[in-house]
Write a protein that binds this ligand. Structure first.
Ligand code: KG4
Ligand code: ZN
Length: 340
């Protein structure tokens, strides 16, 4: 019979995702986003996100099944993000997953959102070399991870952000620049016509005595805000493309320098970059350039697998099932602040 088809369900933030994976192969996935409903508030509103998940869940699962050419009867296991994330949003996914698992009579697996992001990389290019360094950069997380066997070994945190995540920094500065939400893609677009050297921004935690793999982005945000305020106080509107380009350069420079250093320090020749910020054009270009120069193989999954989705949850679920890990109890609860 071989390994079962795993249905993965993701609902930790504003994306409702469902994916189907069998034996390391992505069969199909679908995502619905409530992002536009949050835009007027400048950030994700938990109550709105939870309600949107309720509405989107069953259709998204059906769409994923349709794309895979499967029906619910083909599903042999269900995996769901149990945390970390927004409590009410997570509960919608976990409740749905329990319903599917219970009614189909198949095992349920609760998975960690970040392990899912890392597992997404296995769907594009196959299993990760053991060990690999993973840079996860999203709106909620910025970490450098040492990953061995994803299903069996704990993920080691080489360094994390001490304050804001990189995506959060993009989003907050975008807001200051009056760019639309979500800010990351808007900064990326604006930066195309900007000169990164026109605004001098710091490279946080990059001194010889700073922790080599830790990040800090709140100071960068403040520096960018000061520059903008300085311009406005002087009666000139800040040049948005220049500010966007400088911010993007500072973030990309910091992320890629530390990621490459983590690889070379540990003698690891594969760097994996996942999370929404991996979509950033400058982050991509600079990692490619610096990895090539250091002889490091770079793996960045396709964009749709980088941002929140159900395929990544199915991917880690599939790895757990195939490793023989035991399923979760049917009273699995959400863990909004789950540590990795
Ligand atoms: O992984 P993700 O979809 O959700 C989580 O946070 O888990 O990441 C979303 C983040 C947001 O902060 C968004 O602004 C950022 O990724 N982002 C980008 C780009 N596309 C998305 N940041 C910079 N440049 C982009 N092109
Ligand atoms: Zn995420």
């Amino acid at each position: 019979a071989g390994p079962p088809v795993v249905l993965g369900i993701e609902s930790s933030c504003d994306e409702t995702g469902a994916g189907l994976v069998r034996d390391g192969v992505l069969l199909g996935h679908a995502v619905a986003s409530s992002m536009e409903e949050h835009a007027r508030y400048g950030g994700v509103v938990p109550e709105i996100a939870a309600r949107a998940h309720v509405q989107a869940m069953a259709p998204v699962v059906q769409e994923a099944l349709g794309r895979a050419g499967l029906t619910l009867a083909d599903v042999g296991a269900v995996a769901v993000t149990a945390g970390p994330g927004l409590s009410g949003a997570l509960q919608v996914g976990v409740a749905a997953a329990k319903g599917y698992a219970y009614s189909l009579g198949v095992p349920l697996y609760g998975v960690h959102h970040l392990a899912g992001h890392v597992a997404a990389a296995t769907l594009d290019g196959g299993p990760l070399p053991n060990p690999s360094v993973v840079l996860i950069v999203s709106g909620g997380h910025t970490s450098l991870l040492l990953v061995r066997d994803l299903a069996r070994d704990p993920i080691v945190h080489l360094g994390d952000t001490l304050d804001d995540a990189a995506g959060e920094c993009f989003d907050k500065v975008a807001r200051i620049l009056h760019l639309p939400y979500p800010g990351g893609p808007a900064v990326d677009r604006a930066a195309r016509d900007g000169d990164p050297a026109a605004v001098r921004l710091p490279r946080p935690l990059s001194g010889p005595n700073d922790p080599p793999y830790a990040f800090s982005f709140s100071g960068l945000k403040t520096a960018a805000a000061r520059w903008v305020e300085g311009r406005r106080a002087a009666g000139t509107e800040p040049h948005v493309p220049d500010a966007a380009a400088a911010l993007q350069e500072a973030i990309a420079d910091t992320l890629t320098r530390k990621a490459v250093r983590a690889c070379t320090d540990h003698g690891i020749d594969t760097l994996v970059v996942v999370g929404g910020v991996a979509a950033n054009s400058r982050v991509r270009a600079l990692t490619e350039q610096r990895c090539a120069a250091a002889g490091i193989t770079l793996r960045v999954p396709a964009l749709g697998l980088c941002t929140d989705n159900g395929a990544m949850v199915a991917a880690i679920g599939d790895l757990l099932v195939r490793s023989g890990a035991g399923p979760a109890p049917m009273d699995l609860s959400v863990d909004p602040s789950a540590p990795l």
